[in-house]
Write a protein that binds this ligand. Structure first.
Ligand SMILES: NC(=O)c1ccc[n+]([C@@H]2O[C@H](COP(=O)([O-])OP(=O)(O)OC[C@H]3O[C@@H](n4cnc5c(N)ncnc54)[C@H](OP(=O)(O)O)[C@@H]3O)[C@@H](O)[C@H]2O)c1
Ligand SMILES: [Zn+2]
Ligand SMILES: [Zn+2]
Length: 350
């Protein structure tokens, strides 16, 4: 086993603590990656809050990271020691089902192996995430970090970025498409940047009117205040695509009413049961959809697009020892627009 260290949850009410961690010895198609930067996704916060220590599965969050290859297994041909790389929220899949064959490993019928809290397909161990100095990962699920992207600000592309890229891309967003992004957080601000770069007429729907200047700076035409009935009524039936990134459970009705005829609401934020009033779909033949993560080809396409358009996240970079502060502030909505942890402090004493 290889020794490293990282930030481990010890129960939902308790802060993450620094802990010694073990990584597997390299399999023939594995890489060892020195994790330099790891984004703090709201899913990490959901995971920490609901973590059940008694269930016996360790939790080290983190599923959007960049770093450098430090070792390669004998079958690895695509990467060499020193290559800058990026890893997202899935690290393996069956490779044989129709979804895997179609390059949608994120929808693998045998369920993809998640970067943390997943079950390794070979030894059955629980995967430990990127809030750590080293990660060992199958080469197929490692992405080359395009030149020109800042490695710290690019880390959030690997979860937040790909999660909004997939619906924007597959819904055919392009010049002239009217797009609204609900919730201006980690996912939302990247959705605005990507949609605007695709040429869409892009808007933000937010409960936070003070984000209006940011919305425009990120590339949106403006911001509709979700809690203002006059503004939302004026925006009725206005958007071909609404990407809903809101992290809390909420009524979809007000957001469906903003979707244009035959348009789509893609709900990628809160994942759980929703109640839908059929009339909100019926009137205007509207579609309700969702998406999560992305396959390997889509992730490559997203990274290439972001490199071409100079898109990375707006980040606040913190030493990894301040991870609990980052999670706490994320829970209070106090982030503009993604925390990224600098893992280099894990080289020092605990
Ligand atoms: N589908 C997937 O595969 C996938 C991948 C990654 C994350 N997620 C999920 O996506 C969600 C967003 O993640 P994130 O990292 O972008 O979170 P985030 O940075 O905290 O952003 C969430 C945004 O939602 C809005 N919001 C939060 N609470 C709200 C409430 N009670 N009512 C209305 N709006 C509220 C806020 O925007 P405003 O202030 O602008 O209103 C907030 O900035 C999380 O639930 C996460 O678990 C899903
Ligand atoms: Zn995530
Ligand atoms: Zn599969």
């Amino acid at each position: 086993m290889r020794s490293t260290s990282g930030w481990r949850a010890e129960g939902p009410a308790v802060a993450l603590r620094r802990a010694a961690l073990e990584r597997r010895d390299l399999r023939p198609d594995d890489l060892a990656v020195r994790v330099d930067y790891c984004g703090v996704c709201h899913t990490d916060l959901h995971s920490v809050r609901t973590h059940d220590e008694a269930a016996g599965r360790p939790l080290v969050p983190g599923h959007e990271f960049t770093g450098v290859v430090t070792a390669t297994g004998p079958e690895v041909a695509r990467f060499a020691v020193g290559d800058p790389v990026a890893v997202g929220n899935i690290v393996d899949s069956c490779g044989e089902c129709a979804m895997c064959r179609a390059g949608q490993e994120n929808f693998c019928h045998a369920f993809p192996t998640l970067t943390y809290g997943g079950t390794d397909r070979h030894d059955g161990s629980t995967t430990l995430g990127g809030y750590s100095r080293e990660y060992v990962v199958r080469d197929r699920f490692v992405h080359r970090l395009p030149a020109g992207l800042d490695p710290a600000a690019a880390a959030p592309l690997l979860c937040a970025g790909i999660t909004v890229w997939e619906p924007l891309h597959t819904l055919g967003v392009g010049p002239g498409t009217r797009v609204a992004v609900a919730g201006l957080g980690g996912l939302g601000h990247l959705a605005v940047k990507i949609a605007a770069a695709m040429g869409a007429d892009t808007w933000v729907i937010s409960r936070s009117p003070e984000k209006a200047d940011d919305a425009r700076r990120l590339g949106a035409q403006g911001l509709v205040v979700a809690t203002d009935p006059a503004r939302t009524a004026a925006a009725r039936d206005r958007f071909d695509v609404v990407i809903d990134t809101i992290s809390a459970p909420h009524d979809l009705g007000p957001y469906l009413r903003l979707v244009a005829m035959d348009g789509t609401l893609s709900q990628v934020g809160h994942l759980g049961p929703v109640t839908v009033e059929t009339l909100d779909l019926l009137i205007g033949r509207k579609k309700l959809s969702s998406a999560g993560s992305g396959g390997i080809p889509a992730t490559t396409a997203m990274l290439d697009f972001c490199a071409e358009h100079g898109i990375t996240a707006d980040i606040e970079l913190l030493p990894s020892a301040r991870v609990n502060e980052a999670l706490d502030r994320l829970g209070r909505g106090d982030v503009r627009y993604r925390f990224v942890l600098d893992m280099s402090d894990l080289d020092g004493p605990a």
